[in-house]
Design a protein around this ligand. Sequence first.
Ligand SMILES: NC(=O)c1ccc[n+]([C@@H]2O[C@H](COP(=O)([O-])OP(=O)(O)OC[C@H]3O[C@@H](n4cnc5c(N)ncnc54)[C@H](OP(=O)(O)O)[C@@H]3O)[C@@H](O)[C@H]2O)c1
Length: 291
Amino acid sequence: MKILVTGSRGQLGSELLVLSASCPHHNFFFYDLPDLDITVQERVEALCTNYNIDVIVNCAAYTAVDKAEIDSATAYKVNSDGPAVLAACARDRHALLLHVSTDYVFDGTSNIPYRETDPVAPLGVYGRSKWEGEERIRAIAPSYMIFRTSWLYSVFGVNFVKTMLRLGADRPELSVVVDQIGTPTWAADLAAVLVSIIDRHDRDFSYGETFHYSNEGVASWYDFAQSVMELAGVSCQITPVESAQYPQIASRPLYSVLNKSAIKKDWGINIPYWRDSLKAMLQQLGAEKVA
Ligand SMILES: NC(=O)c1ccc[n+]([C@@H]2O[C@H](COP(=O)([O-])OP(=O)(O)OC[C@H]3O[C@@H](n4cnc5c(N)ncnc54)[C@H](OP(=O)(O)O)[C@@H]3O)[C@@H](O)[C@H]2O)c1
């Protein structure tokens, strides 16, 4: 299939680029700013027509959660208008749109993993703009799959794991939030799921579905940081702090664990445990402790 990947220099897009090397049966086209701005309809349409695109994988997003509170116009443009442009293009070409969304559509007041059908109540601009993007896709595209994921990290880009490694190398002690619970997700695992679904997808698609996908298991940011230091052999003491002691511009859900039963059942996907994936990522980064 001919697959357009947007936002291709981000974490997920970069992982798809790596994977594409082992997918000679597909033609991938990777685009990011400034060559492709997903909010510019004519450009999106021209690329899709020129390459005769069958599948659009939207990895483009405004992901700066705190900055979104200050620059909400850009957040809504990229996270809501952009997906609407892609959805219209997919509709007009009878193409499939794979889109990625976030656990931050939930307010975190639950204490059991969120299902796809649970009511959303985003706490900030980022979550609201992502939710709006989802809804616009549902309204426009006849063939789409939305994957809500959480706490993405990768060897590419800036993320929590790399920040912890950088800070841990310089400081003897770090304070990390202990009362926000979710699941870290290696972007390479999510990329593999997307490719596996494309591989098995019927060419004659006409269907809309939302799935939750994260790695398996549960952690606080404190647990996540502890594991990074332990697996990388960095001797930096992690001190647990509550969110109230670590004020941030945007509120985050205190609990955003995703229930992944639907994707496991419908697509037979085996999901790696988050610490195993973290170990694999650190190995790739060359940061895993030598046993
Ligand atoms: N990161 C997380 O923890 C997390 C958690 C849950 C869900 N998600 C979702 O997962 C998806 C992938 O996230 P990620 O971490 O891979 O994101 P990322 O690393 O921030 O990558 C996003 C990419 O999109 C590009 N982009 C921004 N505006 C664009 C536009 N108008 N047109 C085209 N490209 C544009 C960015 O370019 P610039 O860098 O130049 O802006 C960047 O290369 C996103 O939908 C995100 O909302 C992420």
